[in-house]
Design a protein around this ligand. Structure first.
Ligand code: SAM
Length: 183
């Protein structure tokens, strides 16, 4: 499947919050640095990220998605993207520990997100946008305790959260978008 986003040079299908953050980075020097998009899917955000960073690495378990990105690198004349296949439930790639920014968009998995957090270098930025409340692929979400534990060890630059359907603290029902800095 080739997403229309590949052909859209205004990046209108990329995460709106990611664009909002990267298009006003006056307080953070993120250019000339390394970004990892994990998991990157078939590249909805990766070409946008490549317009901001010197080097972008996309990681996903799905070979077909990574092949689509490779195909469209030529169309976009983008040579600062590389793709790597990993099952994040088995390995958290070493590259994470060298990244200046890691984006985790529409994929919340408690084990994976905690593994990525452990491997971030101090000062690295983590942009997280969970799946929203409406359902769809990989729809797992944290509950209040998961979220509190996850946020420990980060400075919070921005945070939006939304309780889906109910406000029971135990229920895995928090959809959130956050920009975090590893302490
Ligand atoms: C809903 S998509 C989001 C992709 C992208 N971040 C975006 O916003 O378009 C979820 C992605 O997670 C990938 N994925 C699922 N399980 C994975 C795993 N264990 N390791 C690596 N990637 C995985 C899928 O292949 C899929 O591309």
């Amino acid at each position: 499947m080739i997403g229309p986003h590949h052909l859209d040079k205004s990046f209108q299908y990329s995460s709106k919050d990611l664009k909002k953050f990267l298009e006003r980075p006056e307080d953070i020097d993120i250019k000339k640095s390394i970004c990892i998009d994990v998991p990157c899917g078939n590249g909805r955000n990766i070409f946008f990220l490549a317009s901001h960073f010197d080097k972008v690495i996309g990681i996903d378990i799905n070979r077909e998605y990574l092949n689509e990105i490779e195909t469209f690198k030529a169309v976009y004349r983008t040579n600062n993207i590389s793709c790597k296949i990993y099952d994040l439930k088995i390995i958290i790639p070493d590259e994470i520990s060298k990244a200046n920014l890691v984006s985790i968009i529409h994929f919340y998995d408690k084990q994976v997100i905690e593994g990525i957090k452990r491997n971030l270098q101090p000062g690295a930025i983590l942009f997280v946008e969970t799946p929203n409340c409406r359902g769809g692929n990989y729809l797992d979400l944290p509950n209040e305790n998961d979220l509190v534990t996850f946020l420990e060890g980060f400075d919070i630059l921005s945070m939006k959260k939304n309780y889906c359907n109910s406000n029971y603290r135990e229920q895995k029902n928090i959809s959130f978008t956050a920009v975090l800095i590893k302490c």
